[in-house]
Structure formats: C-alpha cells, structure tokens
Design a protein around this ligand. Structure first.
Ligand code: 4H3
Length: 241
C-alpha cells in the first residue's frame, strides 16, 4: 500500500514513521509513505500557504490553490483522497478495514482555522478520529495510518493478534497475563495455566463478553453473537443476579 501525506509540517511524521512496526513495514516494502510538503506548491516568493478569511474573523484559512497544485502535480489521480477533519465521519474498525483495500491513499492534514471550503470537493471522504479539535490534522493522520498499517498482510506477525483485537468481532479484548503466576497476592486465573485449550478459548470469549457488557453495552447490542456467545452471556446474567 502507498500512503501520500499532504502536510505543512513534514517533520511531525519523522519520529512516528521511522520506529517500530511502521518502519519495518516500509523496510519490507509493504508500505510506502510519501510525505508531501504543501509549502512546495506555493506560487509566491513568500511561500504563502494561508490567508485571512473572507467576512473577517479570527485565524487564518489554508489556501485552496496550494492544495490544488499539490493534488494535480503529484501522481495522485488514482489515489483515494481523505481529509482529516473534526466534521468528518468518526473513524471505527470497519472504516479502517474498508480503507486497507485501497492501493493508494492520500491524506490531507489541515492547519489553522481550516481549509478553503472549495478544496473539500477534491476529496473522496472526510474522516475524524473523535469529537475534539486538534491544532492540525497530522496526529489524526498518524492515528489513521497506524490503524490501517496493522491490517496490511505481513505487518503484524501473527494474524491472530489482529483478529483477536478489540472490535474485530465487535467485542472488546479479553484480559491477558504473563509471568509471574502470582503478583502481590494476585494470581493468574487458573484456567490459563491448565493447558486445556478449549477451556481457555471459552474463558477468553466469556471475559470478552463480560467486559463488553460492562463497559460498552452499545457494542454488545450490535455484535453478531454465536450460539455459544449467547450461552456465555446467559451464564454472566445468572452469576450477576
Ligand atoms: C482533525 C483535524 C481534529 C481532527 C483537526 C479529528 C486543524 C483541522 C483545524 C485541524 C482544521 C481545526 N482536529 N477529530 N484539526 O480528527 O484544519 O479545525
């Protein structure tokens, strides 16, 4: 997969993209990231990227022409274009899985008060990472890229670790433990030490359902529960009343 990032602050991505999984993915050629500096597409000698809003008011607006130039000059014509924006569709796991299917994505990171409204129509979609406003679209873009990258085949080593994640099947994650068996008097649940894989799978599923029921009943209501899941849910009801 190829991801083009349109930004006024290319350095904001260097630490994040050059570490850990994202770095390995690029080294292996599974992910190609092109950081495109919007300032390179200005036409005047001062390299102006923003201007004051028509009608007055506080703050500056990112100029549409700079974005237009960047889109038209690159090889971005076949690329799915995304604008990170608080008024976009709120990101979730399904959206991430939809986006992994594209060969090329281009992500615009806005700054200042926002972008000239006319630039919006050049983008296929607007995505928000949540109901809050940040000073720029760079962190939202980084969040989106990270969420997408771990679904590219070959990036996260064990496919199971992606499939068992929270949200993959509409449930939150089950609890995990590692050594030691006892920590400050708190023991690891005995079933996990039993070596009985069927029992362990059943326990994990039940705990995932328990956690989702307690913390995110909205998710549980939407999840596709199997017959076993319904049985486990029934057991949870029995023991809680
Ligand atoms: C996206 C962008 C939050 C999100 C963003 C989000 C700065 C957009 C400026 C930039 C505008 C403020 N904040 N929730 N900030 O995904 O260009 O509107």
């Amino acid at each position: 997969m190829e991801i083009n990032i349109l930004t006024l602050f290319p350095e904001m991505f260097s630490g994040f993209l050059n570490e850990s999984l994202l770095k390995k993915a690029q080294d292996k050629g599974l992910l190609k990231i092109n950081i495109i500096n919007l300032r390179d597409f200005t036409a005047d000698k001062h390299k102006t990227v923003d201007d004051s809003p028509y009608g007055g008011g506080a703050g500056m607006v990112m100029k549409a022409e700079v974005i237009q130039e960047a889109i038209n000059s690159g090889r971005l014509s076949g690329s799915r274009k995304i604008f990170m924006c608080p008024s976009g569709e709120v990101l979730n796991n399904q959206k991430v899985l939809d986006l992994v299917q594209y060969k090329s994505l281009t992500i615009l990171c806005g700054h200042y008060e926002g972008i000239d409204e006319r630039a919006r129509s050049w983008f296929d979609e607007e995505i928000s990472i949540g109901d809050y406003v940040l000073t720029g679209g760079e962190l939202p873009a980084a969040v989106l890229i990270d969420a997408i990258a771990r679904h590219i085949p070959g990036i996260v080593k064990e496919a199971g670790s992606v499939q068992n994640d929270s949200f993959y099947d509409g449930l939150l994650d089950y609890p995990s433990y590692t050594r030691p068996e006892e920590l400050s008097g708190e023991r690891v649940p005995e079933v996990l030490l039993s070596g009985n894989h069927a029992e362990i799978a059943r326990w994990r599923r039940k705990e995932a359902i328990r956690r989702t029921l307690e913390r995110r009943p909205d998710l549980l209501a939407k999840a596709n529960l199997t017959e076993l899941d319904k049985e486990l849910l029934e057991e949870l009801w029995q023991t809680s009343t």
